[in-house]
Design a protein around this ligand. Sequence first.
Ligand SMILES: Nc1ncnc2c1ncn2[C@@H]1O[C@H](COP(=O)(O)OP(=O)(O)OP(=O)(O)O)[C@@H](O)[C@H]1O
Ligand SMILES: [Mg+2]
Length: 233
Amino acid sequence: MAYVEFRDVRKVYRMGSVEVRAVDGMNFDIEEGELCVIVGPSGAGKTTVLNMLGGMDSCTSGTITLDGLEVSGLSERDLTKYRRHDIGFVFQFYNLVPNLTALENVELASQICPDSLDAAETLAKVGLADRLDNFPAQLSGGEQQRVAIARALAKNPKLLLCDEPTGALDYQTGKQVLELLQDSCRKAGHTVAIVTHNSAFTQIADRVIRVREGRAQSVETNANPLDAMTVEW
Ligand SMILES: Nc1ncnc2c1ncn2[C@@H]1O[C@H](COP(=O)(O)OP(=O)(O)OP(=O)(O)O)[C@@H](O)[C@H]1O
Ligand SMILES: [Mg+2]
C-alpha cells in the first residue's frame, strides 16, 4: 500500500441546479518522503484535491488514505484531529496571524500537536533565527512564507501540502521557497505535495501528477530531479 492513495475520487459541487465535477475519478499514489508536484491549468481541480487530502473538504465518492488511515471515512471529530496532527498546510498568501510574532505564529501550531518540533529551532532552520519577534507586517513576502512553512513543519506532519506556495512571490524568492520545500523533503525526510500551474516546477519533483478536468492525466516518477535553485522558468 502506498503512503498516500487516491482511488476513484470524485467531488461534485452542487450550486442550485448546476453540478460542477471538480474532481472526476482521480487516481494516484504518493510514496513516503517524496516531493510530489501536482500540476495543471486553472480549474483543473488541484486545490480541491489538496483540500480533500488535508481533510478540509470531503469527497463525494472514492477513497483517500494516508499512511494506512482512510481519511475519506473519518467522522468530523476525527477529521479535526487529522487536520491538527497529521497535516501541514502552506497557502499562496501565507495566512499568518497579523497580531502575533513569527515565533508566536509557529508556537500556535506546535502547541496543538503531540510530536511537535521546537518553534524557535524550526524558524532557525528556515533561515529566520533573527526574525523571531517580528510581526508579519515587518517581514517580506518571502520571509512570511518561510514563517508559514515553519509553522507547518513545526507540527511534524505526516504530509505537507502547499497550494501555489510561490504564487505571490518574485522569481528569486519563489525559487528560495521551492529550495526550502525540497530541502525539507531531502534533508528532513518530510513528504511534500506542491500544487502549481507552473510546469517548470515538475523538474524538481520526485513524482509529477498532471491534472486536467478533474482527472490525473499522467503520474510519472523522476529518477533525477533537479535542484530547485537550478530550475529556470
Ligand atoms: N466550493 C466550491 N463550490 C463550487 N464549485 C467549486 C468550489 N470549489 C471549486 N469549485 C469548482 O471546481 C473546479 C475546480 O476548482 P479548483 O479550485 O480545485 O481548481 P484549481 O485547479 O485549484 O484552479 P486554480 O489553478 O485556478 O487555483 C472549478 O470549476 C471550480 O469553479
Ligand atoms: Mg487552486
